[in-house]
Ligand binder design. Sequence first.
Ligand SMILES: Nc1ncnc2c1ncn2[C@@H]1O[C@H](COP(=O)(O)OP(=O)(O)OP(=O)(O)O)[C@@H](O)[C@H]1O
Length: 713
Amino acid sequence: MVGKKSGKALRDEGLERTDNNMELSSWPQIPAINQKNYYTDYLKRDDQNLAFRLQNEEARTKMTKKAKDHDRALAMAKTETAEGEGEADGDAHMEDAEETPAEMAGSKVIVIHMGSQNLRIGLASDALPKTLPMVIARKAATNESEDHDEPKPKRVKHDDGSEIEPEKAFGSEWSSHFNRMSADLKVHMRQNKRRMLPNSKEMVVNYNRRTVPEVISEHNDPMRAEWTELSNPPPEYIVGQPALRVPDSSKPRYKLYWPIRNGWCNEKDYTSKRALFLDISLIVEDAIKNQLRLTSKKDWTQYSCVFVIPDLYDKSYVTQVLDMLMREFAFARVCFIQESLAATFGAGFTSACVVDIGAQKTSICCVEEGMCIENSRVNLKFGGQDVTETFVKMMLHDHFPYADINLWRRHDFLLAEELKKNICTMNEASVSPQVFDFHLRVAGQDTRKYTFKAFDEVHLAPMGVFEPDIFDNSDKITGRRTLIDRSVDIYDGSPNDPTSAAQSEILTAMAPPLSKTNGESQLVVPDVQATPSRPQHPHVLSKVQDLEGTPRSSVAGSPGPENTGTPQAGGTSTPAATAAAAQAPRPPAVEDRDDIMPVFSLDNAILTSIAHAARSDEKKMRDFIGGIMVVGGGSLTSGFHLFLEERLQALRPGFSKEIMIGTPPRDLDPQVVVWKGASIFGKLSGTNDSWIGRLEYDRLGPRLMAYKCMWAY
Ligand SMILES: Nc1ncnc2c1ncn2[C@@H]1O[C@H](COP(=O)(O)OP(=O)(O)OP(=O)(O)O)[C@@H](O)[C@H]1O
């Protein structure tokens, strides 16, 4: 046949047919669908989504119940009218029925706000939460002060190990920073016509050098401390306030663990994620049992839980907490609320720039119409505890008579906190050499009464939030991401924790310079321990690339007084600006961000946050700048609000009339505003769609968060 080759010819060409000339399958082959005409509503309708379905069912059930109640009330009203026993109409009965609910709103909702130092917990129906230290003491071979070779604050010693003069104990760099701050304060006070003696510092140092403590025997001390008595056998762990009161020299020894550190999970002091979350759950469990008096864990299934999370939260942390609340505590429903949003709820504001100064972290976020503005979120790693440590350092520098103070010891930590709270002030008028005293109470020892003089230390220590290089920032990011991995996108593996343009800008300013190696840029992370005090970083005016890769024009200007603070419109670029942008530091890659310590002056950070919230809209800028609300324990230093106002006015003279620092209304303690707001959120009925129920959690797990969060999860 023409065209057909013989078997031999095919074999010669290596193309011999080996099949039997039949189709591979007798099944009809279906051609691919033309995508143009293709349509499906799979996962496009709400009723295909379990979370929405359950929500609708719940709403329907509620409506049916309400309608039934209504009918019943009407029927009862009719009967009563017929019997002629009352003049009251049906509406009044209905109101009665509505006004006497079976239980108080929020009495079955537990609200939890965990901080680096304090846990605030209570029922949503409570006026105020219970506050307890977020700490657990575990039986161990050594306590935390024995575990550390160096005292806190760390002192420099002579080469032979002998003590060095107090003025040199913290290194020359720190001393010169402290002296510079002291000199600046003097100049400022003179400008403000405040009288001060020229030799105040010498007077203080001379007084402190001479003073010796007075010993008071324990039985003569009316205010002696109550130490935690260990039962027999000693417990494996002790939680909260009693943990802080276990004597350092207890037998057996106990070691303190703080599971939250700098607003993150404490990955420095723990060796496993399991142990870390075990401690969190033990502390919360103990608080629910002993503070809320819900002793039987079986009853917790009837309770819901509102849990406060940071504005810039780690997704893996939220997932883990959700699992703990659902599986271990078996709550009926759980919902999350971000800290700043909760603060506006607590204060009753619809929009504000919330500044939360806690113990170890400070967060800033602008909230508008019940939503956190994502790009305005800032999280800085300093707070009240840094002020405490720096105050002690400054006092030691000026010959504090209790030279042996070591904040790793529990009694010294408590003493330092108390001194700071009582003495530190941001009120310039209170800066003068003054005599103070304190009682040093150590378990099993006689009380010692010390007197000492303090001068500008009381003002300069809290000033540290505006010059955070004075703080010891050396180990704040140690251990980060060692126990808990960064959350990544399940499809492309890229990091997907929330970020913000304002935080990016701050990290860019903090990032060490990029060095070129083998033609590739590499982030050089300096040994922060070796360089404890970095020069003040200029506020950058740079193009900020947010994480999604969208170039965004930074609107935060240089903090100099020449800047009137008017946000600059994005997109206009002059050759000079282009050259400056080329030279300006580039935002660090997502993976490198954990290596940069977000420690930035508070006033500049607030302005950066507001600039990103306002996005060139001057009216918004004025609204936020006139609605700054400061919350958190760190803001309780006296005169703080006025001082912050003055700093901001100096940075933005163009807005000086508008700048206003507000306090939470109704004399609410700034430390509990966030909790209060979360409790209000927990009491909202009908409008809160973010409850995660047991059934849906069992079926869908943490994926539910995508549907349940008010913010982009
Ligand atoms: N009267 C006061 N004056 C100055 N500081 C105070 C005062 N009262 C409390 N503080 C400080 O407030 C801090 C605790 O604040 P808060 O309870 O808001 O922190 P937290 O929520 O535990 O921590 P974080 O927000 O860092 O996670 C401590 O450092 C404490 O010293």
